[in-house]
Structure formats: C-alpha cells, structure tokens
Design a protein around this ligand. Structure first.
Ligand SMILES: Nc1ncnc2c1ncn2[C@@H]1O[C@H](COP(=O)(O)OP(=O)(O)O)[C@@H](O)[C@H]1O
Ligand SMILES: [Mg+2]
Length: 255
C-alpha cells in the first residue's frame, strides 16, 4: 500500500522536497524542518506592519512545523473547493505527500507554453483568490503544468494567507509576472496579454490596488537603476526594471 511505502521511505530523507515513485506514479514528499527565517525576512515582516507597506506581509518567519501544518490545511481546504492544488495522499506531524501533477513552469520550453496555459494560470489563480486565499509568494517554480492537457496546479502554500485582502491577491499576480522574467522567451507583448487577462477578470477595487502597486514599483526604478550600476545581475533590480517597463507600455492605453 502507498502508505506503507511512504512510511518505509521517510527515514531515508532529510528536510525538503523529494520525488517518490510508487506503482509507476510520481509523488512529492515534503518534509518540514527547514528554517526560512533570515534577517531580511524579519525586517520585511516588521516593515509590513505599516499600512503603506502591508503588501510586504509574510508568514515565512513562522516555525517550520507550523508552516507545514498551515500548508496542509490550506491545500486540503482548496482541494475540497475544487481549486487547482495537488491532492494530499498522506501526511504526518513532519511531512506530507502530494500526487505528481506535471512539470514546473520554470522548466517549460517555449513550444509548451501557449496562450491556453497562460490563460489557465490566470483563471485558476483567480479561483484560489475567490476562495479567500492568497498564495503569498507565487514564483514560476511553484506553478505546475500538465503539458498534455494544459492544466495547471499551484504548489507551495507555506506562506499563503487566508481571508487575504485584495492587495495580497494582487501581490500574487505581480510576483508571478515579475518571476516570468526568468523565462527568456517571454516577450513584453506576452506580458501585456497576461496583464490584459488579469485585468479583465478582476474587480474595480483589485485593479485599483494593482495600479497602486505598479506605481510604487515604478517609482523605485531610479533606485533600481543606481543599484544596477554596482550589481548588474541582481534579480530583484532587474525585476523592478522589467515591471516598470511593462507599466509604462501599458499605462498609455489602459490602466
Ligand atoms: N505535487 C507536485 N507535482 C509536481 N511538482 C511538485 C509537486 N510538489 C512540489 N513540486 C516541485 O517541487 C518544488 C519544491 O516544492 P515546494 O513545495 O515549492 O517546496 P519549497 O518550500 O522548498 O519551495 C516545487 O517548486 C515544484 O517544482
Ligand atoms: Mg517552492
């Protein structure tokens, strides 16, 4: 039985995420215990107490096992609501196991990333938001694509937030579009299309929050240009600059 297999495999692994194969099916084992607290994360948490910076709020400074428990609870909740999250097939105090649901978006080639996949990402993210949950740190590695069916599944809900504000939902989207920068074949036109999709599926209030966050990032671009002189390859700097470019391109005709 799957559960016996998992129990026998558990002692072989340390904290982190591991791929398992049982009866020719893939499963992912996540073992808690990793500390994700850093000085920067603790500072961000403090800054997020200010209303203007509340979009920075994070769960990442919580104890690892509390985060794991929280993740199991949210994934189960969303799964029951029919949202695009993996099924949890087994769990314990320190771990849980989900069904393999495909390939990470970060590994996808240009030919597999068509507009149907992009539409599904936005559409399925909206379903999660409609159930009150914000993912918290939506990077492309945590978006899983089943290439055959173009279906999408989101993973890694450690930092997710229940009863999330519009601001935190919009933040998910901005994280995602900023991280898309990693896929070199994604053009500014692709991003504009994604932005269009997002805006058309959002409420007035959400679009207002989006504009506010865009403006904050846009105003940070001068700082980003200065840091770029010293650290030309810094990821965050390049993301801020790319989002400014996107905002500039979009502003003329839409937002
Ligand atoms: N059920 C799953 N199906 C396919 N890939 C998965 C699944 N669960 C996790 N992964 C892959 O493993 C990676 C790490 O898992 P994640 O939950 O994000 O852990 P971490 O908190 O270490 O980032 C994910 O980014 C994803 O690429
Ligand atoms: Mg992850």
């Amino acid at each position: 039985m799957l559960n016996d297999y998992i129990t026998s495999e558990l002692p072989k692994y340390n904290t982190g995420v591991h791929k398992l194969c049982y009866n020719s099916r893939l499963y992912w084992l996540k073992i808690g215990g990793e500390s994700k607290t850093s000085l920067l994360r603790r500072m961000i948490k403090k800054l997020s107490k200010f209303e203007l910076l509340s979009f920075l709020s994070t769960n990442s400074t919580l104890d690892s096992y509390i985060r794991l428990k929280h993740e199991i609870k949210i994934i189960d909740f969303l799964y029951d609501k029919g949202c695009s999250v993996p099924k949890i097939v087994s769990y314990g105090e320190r771990y849980f196991v989900t069904e393999g649901v495909g390939q990470s978006l970060s590994m996808l080639s240009k030919s597999s990333l068509d507009s149907k996949v992009l539409y599904n990402i936005i559409h399925k993210l909206k379903e999660i938001h409609a159930n009150g949950v914000a993912h918290g740190r939506l990077v492309i590695r945590d978006i899983i694509v089943d290439v055959k069916s173009s279906s999408i599944t989101f993973v890694d809900f450690e930092e997710s937030i229940l009863n999330a504000s519009d601001k935190l939902k919009v933040r998910d989207f901005l994280f995602f579009i900023m991280d898309l920068q990693r896929l070199e074949f994604i053009t500014i036109n692709d991003k504009i299309k994604i932005l269009d999709m997002w805006i058309s599926l959002s409420t007035k209030q959400e679009n207002y929050e989006l504009k506010k966050l865009f403006v904050i990032l846009y105003n940070l671009r001068f700082l980003a240009y200065i840091i770029k002189i010293f650290k030309p390859k810094n990821k965050l700097v390049n993301q801020v600059l790319s989002i400014s470019k996107l905002y500039l391109n979009y502003r003329e005709h839409n937002l």
